[in-house]
Design a protein around this ligand. Sequence first.
Ligand SMILES: [Zn+2]
Length: 326
Amino acid sequence: MGQKQCDLCAGTEFEPIGERDRHGKPLTTVICKACGLVAHGQIPTDEELAHYYATEYRKSYHGELTPSDRRVMRAWKNGERIFHQLQPHIDADAAVFEVGAGIGCTVKVFELNGHQSAGIEPGEGFQDYSQQRLLTNVVRGDLFEQPRDHSRELVLLVHVIEHFNSPRRALEYIRGMMADNGLFYVECPNIAAPFARRSKMFHYAHIHNFTPSSLKMLAESCGFQLEMQFGSKEDPYLQMLFSCSDSRKLKIDYNNYQQTMQVIRQATPLRYHLRPRYLSARFSKVASYLREHLTAKQFVADVVKKCQQFASDHEDEQPTELRVVA
Ligand SMILES: [Zn+2]
């Protein structure tokens, strides 16, 4: 039994484009012939996903219950990058809410920069670390338990949208949480980026795979409007900032299917490895990996100290309601 309906356009015609995941295990990937959305041939149910995250995911993907120093350092730098990227586009006092906040570094970076900042994270190891070590307002919670009271001013969804069995349901839900002048930032893998190998593309946990066009189509049909795309079309990650809109019209980009097929056909090891940028990137990756090991421990110790210092400096002004809102 295959996929019945495309989550983006409700189309029912699919073409298989992959049979294995990046580890060589069977996983059928299909593309919608109408809109070009790439997804698993069989979309996991909520129960199947809950089971997967409770068992496999933690072992095979994160491999750790408590984040390592290296992971925290990377997440912190990533949070700083996101903050600096968004800063020119947001109000200086905009309240930030992150769905799937992970270690909570991004939430904390916004807080240290003067924003009211909170988040939810379902993974208990990372959420514990976030709250206890970084003193964030990240609580354990599920998106679909959040109040849809049109109050959120800036919502972040970073490397989360690809994990939903229905990204449409998630985005429609998030739209209901947001103030009408709110902003919505989404970051996820870009399947239109040059990849090492077709076989490396797919992962069970990444149920839908987006191109710039399919993410834009989906968001715009859920009540958002693209304000800004950061980076280039070939970047490995899509980084898009949306505003809220009254329109929920689905406007299908019929070129997306052909263009996505072209990228997938071209994704061979040779093409990727011959790119001059790959070679220098590869070299600096090895060098930076070594450097990371040496510096991560000190980096994280400094971050934790900074978070604690900030908390004691702001003890009196801390809005207590944020600490209990789930
Ligand atoms: Zn479709």
